[in-house]
Design a binder for this molecule. Sequence first.
Ligand code: AMO
Length: 428
Amino acid sequence: MNRTMIAQVRIDEPARIEGFLEHVRNTRYMAFLVVRDRSGSVQATIEKQLHPEWAELLDTLSVESVVSIEGTLRENLQVKLGGRELIPIKLEILSLAAPLPLTKDSNIDTRMDYRWLDLRGEKERLLFEVQTCLVSAMREFLLQREFLEIHTPKLIAAASESGADVFEVGYFDRKAYLAQSPQFYKQMAMAAGFERIFETGPVFRAEKSYTNRHTTEFTGFDLEFSYIESFHNVMNLEAEMLAYALERVQKQFGEAIERHYGTTVVVPKLPFPVIALPELYRELEKRYGYHLAESERGDTTTEAEQLSYRFSMEEFNHEFLLITDFAAEKRAFYHMRKDGVPQGYDLVWRGVEITTGAQREHRYDVLCRQAEERGLGEDVKFYTEFFRYGCPPHGGFGLGVDRLTMMLLGTGIKEAMFLFRGPNRLTP
Ligand code: AMO
């Protein structure tokens, strides 16, 4: 008999189900087994005197073992789990579980040590259903607009964002680096005439940060497109894409997210509010007494990002805030500048940065000059070459998928990733 998903089993029809044992209650005359697969759970009810041959097996059964049960589903309104129970005629243990090292109250590090057990919960599974929905909606949005999906190398010859925070790896008899961003290659695709591309893939940062939003390896959702007039085209595309994806998530999972995570999914209104960084600092000081020395105001701080959520809600009734006009020395050398001001932005959602985007400098001479100012001349020569033989004006952004998921559900970054990587964590 073929396996049937638990949610598909029909009353009075024989079926075979397979799954984990969520709960075992073995009494003198009766045994109750709650079996869970990816579609749901059901109780199997065993009248022990009808199956003396299972006595020993039932005594050994432990929670989270994997079982296969054949039987017929009957209606029984006394059963709490959906008013139905499976009456087994065959019972087999496929894999016996050792006593569990994890409880509901285990701390986050123990949960990470046994992540595969932690992930068996309905709440944890939901997170990945939501993430799948989110990423596939973003992909769909871009495919509808004729973007190509590309896959760029993660082993590279030069640091892609800045010399600091880069992992060095042995590469035969020389050194290579793990990509801190697909930045160089998504721009190469513009020089190749692709016009519109995106990529979702691993991004590495050798940052010794121990916050709930930093990790040393994350999933980036990056895109780049040509023939833009300014970085406002980039901001608008991102806002539209996020509104599209969040609407999908709200429809499919809004209720479940509310129930499991206590967070409301709000479909953001378009356009997203925009504010220049100096103006934001003036507002934060005026409204909340947040003071920062003038010399520090070229970049956002963690506190400023957090406060900007309050500001954005009060001023615009919007969870998202686009921040522009950062100081040139705080931004990457490849950002286009206009009167010295980088033509880029950060997108902050519920007080945490989720994206950096910009129009790029596509003029070869200007780009080389900006690279040299940072002492990057030789290292990035392979990259500046992309702009020597004609390249359209272009821009794009990099969005952290883990940050996006975490802000959507209101978790920390460790829970929002399949497997977290940090300065102290390389396993499992
Ligand atoms: P940036 O360095 O801002 O920009 O990275 C883009 C986005 O990636 C996420 N992110 C992180 N997520 C988890 N842990 C980290 N340590 C971490 N660092 C960054 C954030 C961030 O907004 N090349 C540019 C993008 C571009 O201009 O296209 C870049 O990498 O969500």
